[in-house]
Write a protein that binds this ligand. Structure first.
Ligand SMILES: *Cc1c(COP(=O)(O)O)cnc(C)c1O
Length: 243
């Protein structure tokens, strides 16, 4: 479907504001990458659109954004249906009975953290004769409130994943504890730990056909600079973009 949005004055202001924020974020991505000799083109920014409405998504499209992240299955389904040519990332908590809204619609599911979710995704993808790309979410910091598999449980989950068809495990995802001060090093330690865990798992699951682990989805508005310096290939940015 081709749509010809007609923008009001207010909309053009939203787009200008978004472009400005996007430009500033891109400069930070560039300098974070440059500081460790990485190519900024190797970092994908996912615009987390969970807290904004559809006109803002439309404005983001106009500003040149094509990757969006949602943490509710219903929103992911509706927005993917409304904007099917964009890349929709699912970054929210997984309830297996709601995965049917996500599998085949999300370009990447970032938040898989147990065998049941893997099995359900595999089954739903098989029904569509598709292959669903996923990341495994790791609770590196071990905070009880956080989703994600514990680091010591990851090998078993990968082992199971290697036996399920119609899924491809592309990497790992984590969320750092909230930054307490601008000098906080906990976030950086979390990102280092995820990268090291990934490196270890790559050597163990070297031969598994559907496991590649190239992607590290880590870093949000407050801590993405650290994440990029420690190897993030995907950063998930919400507040800083839309504010
Ligand atoms: C909300 C959310 C983000 C974005 O957080 P900001 O601080 O707004 O950048 C990133 N990842 C996940 C999993 C989220 O739920």
């Amino acid at each position: 479907m081709i749509s010809f949005p007609i923008f009001s004055g207010e909309d053009t202001e939203i787009i200008a504001e978004l472009k400005k924020n996007l430009h500033e974020i891109q400069l930070d991505i560039n300098s974070a990458a440059a500081s460790v000799g990485r190519d900024p083109a190797d970092v994908l920014m996912v615009a987390v659109s969970k807290a904004v409405d559809v006109p803002q998504v439309q404005a983001a499209l106009e500003a040149g954004i094509h990757d969006f992240g949602e943490n509710r299955t219903k929103a992911l389904r509706e927005r993917q249906q409304a904007f099917p040519r964009q890349n929709w990332h699912y970054i929210g908590h997984i309830q297996t009975n709601k995965l049917k809204d996500v599998v085949g619609r999300a370009c990447l599911i970032h938040s898989v953290a147990n065998e049941r979710a893997l099995e359900t995704i595999g089954r739903l993808a098989k029904e569509q004769d598709a292959c669903q790309s996923v990341l495994l979410e790791v609770n590196v910091s071990g905070e009880e409130s956080k989703d994600g598999v514990r680091a010591d449980e990851l090998p078993q989950l990968l082992e199971r994943a290697s036996t399920i068809s119609h899924i491809a495990v592309k990497g790992l995802m984590t969320m750092a504890p909230r930054l307490l001060t601008s000098e906080d090093t906990v976030a950086r330690h979390t990102f280092v730990a995820l990268r090291e865990l990934r490196d270890k798992m790559v050597s163990v699951f070297d031969g598994a056909e559907n496991i590649s682990l190239n992607e590290l989805s880590m870093g949000m508005s407050n801590d993405f600079v650290y994440a990029i310096q420690e190897g993030a290939t995907i950063v998930r940015i919400g507040r800083r973009l839309w504010s």
